[in-house]
Design a binder for this molecule. Structure first.
Ligand SMILES: Nc1ncnc2c1ncn2[C@@H]1O[C@H](COP(=O)(O)OP(=O)(O)O)[C@@H](O)[C@H]1O
Ligand SMILES: [Mg+2]
Length: 221
């Protein structure tokens, strides 16, 4: 589903050059749930952003669902991301002055769905994460775990084949973290969604199919 070949990422500022990823080659199978671990600064987010086509590698190739992505222009990339990929971040990235339902509808605005259809799909996604009773709430009226569930609903509303999650339980206590992990595992098992998750939590990582460890930009396991 995702194929990375010899990915290298160099960040340059005026004074320093950082080799954030050093020749990473990685295949993620359709339906796989992969976790990525490693110390802070080792390149986990960079790798996830490159997989998600949010950032371009300095060298190397990315294929998603057998499509090579390096020839796509910005608009094609945005469309491809919108259709294929759902993102979940540690700090939720919800829009605070939009109600829960409107936050979840956002990815559908870039598609040609009607208002009625958007509302139906967003409500369905929120039911799936157990938040059907919070449609009119604003993000600041929700707990951290509930905010992350809204973010998951937003990630899945367009029925992406791949979910990329960057430390989705990083800001949550273990009970709420486990709830989020259960939702991700259900999406993987019931819907066959391919998931790549960065985590600091060994327990979460061991619930997934495969664990990749990074150290200083290189894959060490
Ligand atoms: N936009 C950027 N500009 C310069 N350096 C960056 C940038 N983003 C990340 N880095 C550097 O790249 C390395 C990897 O960062 P990151 O992928 O965020 O690590 P992790 O998610 O594992 O904590 C770090 O040394 C970080 O400082
Ligand atoms: Mg990170």
């Amino acid at each position: 589903m995702i194929r990375l070949q010899n990915i290298e990422k160099v960040y340059r500022t005026n004074t320093v050059e950082t080799l954030a990823l050093n020749s990473i080659s990685l295949d993620v199978a359709k339906g796989e749930f992969l976790s990525i671990m490693g110390p802070s600064g080792c390149g986990k987010s960079t790798l996830l952003n490159i997989m998600g086509l949010l950032d371009a590698p300095s060298k190397g190739n990315i294929q998603i669902d057998s499509q090579t992505t390096d020839k796509l222009n910005d608009q094609q990339l945005a469309q491809f991301r919108n259709k294929k990929l759902g993102f979940i971040f540690q700090s939720y990235h919800l829009i605070n002055d939009l109600q829960v339902l409107d936050n979840v509808e956002l990815p559908l605005l870039y598609r040609s769905s009607s208002a009625k259809e958007r509302k139906m799909l967003a409500t369905e996604a929120l039911e799936k994460v157990g938040l059907a009773n919070r449609l009119k709430h604003f993000p600041n009226q929700l707990s951290g775990g509930q905010k992350q569930r809204v973010a998951i609903a937003r990630a899945i509303v367009g029925r992406p084949e791949i979910i990329l999650a960057d430390e989705p339980t990083g800001n949550l206590d273990s009970a709420m973290g486990n709830e989020i992990m259960d939702i991700l595992m259900k999406l993987n098992q019931n819907d066959g969604t391919t998931i790549v998750m960065v985590t600091h939590d060994e327990n979460m990582a061991h619930k997934t199919h495969r664990l990749v460890r990074l150290f200083d930009g290189s894959q060490v396991q």
